[in-house]
Design a protein around this ligand. Structure first.
Ligand code: F6R
Length: 614
């Protein structure tokens, strides 16, 4: 939540900041602002409520002077509504210091009382930090020291960037439980909430650890801990190009990212399969626990949690290790039983979700070992875990997660196959067969996209007025039903619920009245699990009560035809692979419904992509 960018160097600060904010806008889009120090030493600040385009328009018609030191912010409101006044940057009391912030300062009321003699111009917690750092700068004459002393007073989660009129060519940053990475240029340096902020300028980046302070100048980067001890940060190469974070001709990022679902699965598999075996050297760091693990707990939120639910079916079936899936924000409040034989697997696209990060930290404190499944290099959750499996899905910009979901499921399946091989719970031949099925998924996903896209676009036109949709699935179809419902709520603002189809008669069937739209994931009749006839019976039960039914069913499954108003076909796949295919029509459905209602599918209301507050 909130995107942050900082720049020092010979280039145009406004260009770097606005380009960075455009790539970070997925993190928050209710207001935006920039501060730039021009060559005459004047500090120009411009900030506006609304999306970044409002600020961009204003800068074009009535701009501030450009310069070589600047900070920029795109906001997701926490303290104080989305107004011009609450937008960042905020200024110190003498107007010489500008500061931006991502996170929540929990002791802000106490600090505000201490600063009672100041005049407050906003309702934000951030302004407190700006006033504090401004005062401390006057005392110390050193921006890094002023920030260090200020963060010692702050409680909560924060990334803070600050710059001062009297210190041209310097931007300082501090982080605790919120993301910040450094971009290393030639004669210029950058700070950003993630590498998307500066990937257009450099692919060399450095991680900043927990409770660290960074000072960037055009030709130097210094990192220390909050106590002032020097730190040598880890450097890494950004694995994707700036163009990967651009729409590239697609009408929306979401449409582009849905089209990339086949590639996301292929990229997760790439380099990890050799001679019919899974090879995951990333797991070496936890090899000894993997050999003796007695229990796995997957922690995640939202779509990532549904990926975790799918992972459970496969990992438990293949490795025979008991596995639970829990929402991260519930996990640590129920005093779970954890020990050194428990493996806690976090699933997070951003690697920054605060609820998941806190749950990982809690699990480690309690002695469990932790594995992160993550998409974002340099993110906090992998850094705070014992091992990480990156999904390599490429940057996901649309707020609603799509390609990361199929890649997360793929990574969990690789983990399941690795565990089955280690424990000998599946024969090498069976593992090789399952690997082939997994490798076939990208091509099958291409077929689903070809067949489903235009068909769904056609019939959503007559469904745009729909007020409520029910999604049904059994076994691996159940998490997919939940994911379909979440996507529809999230981007099309339509009330939707996902149910396990077997649960219908225990209550939810009372919701069915004539015209109710129900989308059903129908398992393949060819998979030997006797689920197909049960789901077909469920469809008959709801049809008898007047429901309109859209079935997602395998090519050639004729049993559903008499009972469905529409059938979306997916290719045959084994039971664990079917849901990766079945979810794609649901992603398309939500996207088309939102488009039919004229909504912005990339930036749905009230949401932000990376939820860095609890
Ligand atoms: C839904 C969605 C969210 C995220 C959730 C976790 O489309 O995107 O439910 O899946 O906020 O985010 P990450 O995976 O970044 O931890």
């Amino acid at each position: 939540m909130c995107g942050i960018v900082g720049y020092v160097g010979p280039g145009s600060s406004l260009e770097v900041l606005m380009g960075g904010l455009r790539r970070l806008e997925y993190r928050g889009y209710d207001s935006a602002g920039v501060a730039v120090l021009d060559d005459d030493g004047e500090l120009g600040v411009r900030k506006r409520a609304g999306k970044l385009a409002v600020l961009a328009g204003e800068l074009e018609s009535d701009g501030i002077r450009d310069g070589h030191t600047g900070i920029g912010h795109t906001r997701w409101a926490t303290h104080g509504g989305p107004t011009d006044g609450n937008a960042h940057p905020h200024l110190g009391d003498d107007g010489r210091l500008a500061l931006i912030h991502n996170g929540i300062i929990e002791n802000f009321a106490e600090l505000k009382a201490e600063l009672a003699d100041e005049t407050f111009t906003s309702e934000t917690d951030t302004e407190i930090a700006a006033l504090l750092v401004g005062r401390l700068y006057r005392e110390t004459g050193d921006l890094t020291e002023a920030l260090r002393r200020a963060v010692a007073r702050l409680e909560g989660a924060f990334t803070i960037l600050a710059m001062h009129r009297d210190d041209p060519g310097v931007v300082v940053g501090a982080r605790r439980n919120s993301p910040l990475v450094i971009g290393l240029g030639e004669g210029e340096n950058f700070l950003g909430s993630d590498v998307a902020a500066f990937v257009a300028y450099t692919k060399r980046a450095m991680e900043i650890g927990q409770d660290q302070i960074v000072t960037i100048r055009p030709d130097s980067v210094e990192v220390t801990d909050f106590a002032g001890n020097p730190v040598t940060p880890t450097q890494f190469e950004i694995a994707w190009d700036a163009s990967a974070a651009e729409k590239g001709g697609w009408p929306s990022f979401m449409k582009k990212e849905v089209s990339e679902e086949p590639a996301a699965v292929a990229n997760t598999l790439r380099g990890r399969i050799h001679d019919g075996r899974v090879t995951l050297p990333e797991l070496d760091a936890i090899a000894e626990i993997l050999d003796g693990v007695t229990r796995i707990i997957v922690i995640a939120c939202g779509t990532a949690a549904y990926a975790g639910m799918l992972g459970r079916y496969a990992i438990e079936a293949w490795s025979r290790i008991p596995i639970d899936v829990e929402l991260s924000h519930e996990f640590r409040y129920r005093d779970p039983v954890l020990d050194e034989h428990t493996l806690v697997v976090s699933v997070s696209q951003s690697g920054e979700t605060m609820d998941t990060l806190r749950a990982v930290q809690y699990a480690r404190e309690k002695g469990a070992r932790t594995l992160a499944i993550c998409n974002t290099q340099g993110a906090t959750i992998p850094r705070e875990s014992d091992a990480v499996l990156y999904i390599h899905a490429g940057p996901e910009v649309a707020v609603a997660s799509t390609k990361a979901f199929v890649a997360q499921v793929t990574a969990l399946y690789l983990l399941g196959l690795d565990l089955a091989a280690r424990r000998g719970t599946l024969s090498p031949e069976r593992i090789a067969e399952l690997i082939v099925e997994l490798q076939n998924v990208p091509d099958k996903l291409d077929d689903v996209l070809d067949a489903a896209s235009s068909r769904i676009a056609e019939f959503t036109r007559w469904l745009a007025e729909t007020q409520s949709v029910i999604f049904l699935g059994r076994h691996v179809g159940y998490p997919v039903a939940l994911e379909g419902a979440l996507k529809l709520k999230e981007i099309a603002y339509i009330h939707a619920e996902g149910f396990a189809a077997g649960e219908l008669k225990h209550g939810p069937i009372a919701l069915i009245e004539p015209g109710q739209l129900v989308i059903v994931l129908v398992p393949s009749p060819r998979n030997d699990d006797s689920l197909h006839p049960k789901v077909v019976s469920n469809i008959q039960e709801i049809r008898a009560r007047g429901a309109r039914v859209i079935a997602i069913a395998e090519v050639g499954d004729v049993a559903v035809v008499p009972f469905a108003d529409e059938v979306i076909r997916i290719p045959f796949a084994g039971p664990f692979f079917e849901p990766i295919l079945g979810v794609v029509p649901l992603h398309i459905f939500a996207m088309e419904m939102a488009s039919a209602k004229g909504l912005d599918v990339d930036q749905p209301r009230n949401l932000a992509k990376s939820v860095t507050v609890e």
